[in-house]
Design a protein around this ligand. Structure first.
Ligand SMILES: [Zn+2]
Length: 152
């Protein structure tokens, strides 16, 4: 698997190489905006990708044949953008990562887990509408971006 992934900066459009596993938060090389961090992990590199993270990790345990997973996936990627610098989205295909599925006793997918270090701070089995996902994640990582968006 590649050790970096390419992310286009939402602020300036520059394409950045982002490491799959690192401490800290990836930032744009040009404008220093925080970049969304979305990576895949499997049994082999889970500990590397998740264990190295110094920010909360949102685990998306999914499988290619799972319809609800395909619905949730783009919403999670948008949330990773909204919460850039505050959460790392790690996608695990459970068909290819039986050890991780076992570790988290996955009974249904999608299973979404927020990890802060070794601690599970939130867990959700099954798809949710995007709005509900957003508040679930915001509660879990203690961030409420919508409150400063002045939407009302
Ligand atoms: Zn930039």
């Amino acid at each position: 698997m590649q050790s970096t992934t390419v992310v286009t900066c939402a602020e300036c459009g520059r394409r950045n190489r982002v490491p799959r596993s690192a401490t800290g938060v990836p930032r744009c090389g040009q404008c220093h905006a925080r970049l969304p961090w979305i990576v895949d992990a499997g049994d082999d590199d889970y500990d590397d990708v998740v264990g190295s993270s110094t920010i909360p990790v949102l685990l998306d345990l999914w499988a290619p044949w799972c319809g609800p997973c395909r619905l949730v996936s783009p919403a999670l990627e948008r949330l990773a953008g909204i919460h850039a610098g505050r959460v790392k989205l790690v996608k695990v295909n459970v068909d290819e990562a039986p050890a991780i599925a076992e570790r988290f006793s996955v009974r249904g997918i999608p299973t979404l887990i927020v990890l802060d270090g070794q601690d599970i701070v939130a867990r959700q089995t099954g798809a949710l509408p995007e709005q509900a996902l957003q508040s679930w994640l915001s509660d879990a990582i203690g961030a409420h971006p919508s409150t400063k968006d002045a939407r009302d």
